[in-house]
Design a protein around this ligand. Structure first.
Ligand code: PNS
Length: 163
């Protein structure tokens, strides 16, 4: 791996991807030479969107960024980091309530990776501070308007899931 290339990985469930996630992708892609957005294929949970759907949606929404690639992983994030040759994890912090979980995850990953994986945090843009994939799913489920939370194609696909 070329050590001069700054490569970052932005992992998540992205079920579905929101404007908050897209804002982090936009900002992280301007800091890293290469940004890998990695979708967790979590065998312990039943997601609304399959991993293939989430990967395809992200590919479509990031097609104009030449330094962003979309991948998926299962198992430990640190194993995915090793396979992909990445040492920096990107996460968004919306509020203090995120902090405890994110700190624990960052420290666990650092320990698991023998200090070879660090996490950096982007503070979520204030416009998206309240946003989460789970509230998007819930609002859509009850027929509410999610068009301010997610791009049009995502809104359409999310409503379809509940029809
Ligand atoms: O979007 P999310 O659900 O908040 O993202 C959480 C995610 C997917 C980054 C995290 O749960 C993850 O990477 N899980 C994979 C399993 C793992 O590595 N666990 C150890 C770290 S606590």
């Amino acid at each position: 791996m070329d050590k001069n290339i700054k490569r970052g990985i932005y992992p998540g469930s992205f079920d579905p991807v929101t404007y908050g996630h897209l804002d982090i992708i936009n900002r992280a892609s301007s800091i890293f030479d290469e940004l890998i957005v990695a979708v967790l294929d979590n065998k312990l949970k039943t997601p609304l969107f399959s991993v293939e759907e989430r990967v395809n949606i992200l590919k479509e929404l990031t097609k104009d960024y030449d330094n962003v690639t979309i991948a998926s992983y299962d198992g430990l994030l640190v194993d995915a980091c090793e396979k992909m040759g990445v040492h920096v994890v990107v996460r968004g912090l919306r509020a203090v309530t995120d902090f405890e979980y994110e700190l624990q995850m960052a420290q666990t990953n650092r320990k698991l990776a023998d200090s070879k994986v660090d996490t950096i945090f982007f503070t979520t843009d204030i416009r998206y501070a309240y946003l989460s994939s789970s509230t998007v799913r819930e609002v859509a489920y009850f027929g509410g308007d999610i068009t301010e939370f997610v791009p049009g194609i995502v809104a359409e696909m999310t409503y379809k899931k509940f029809n």
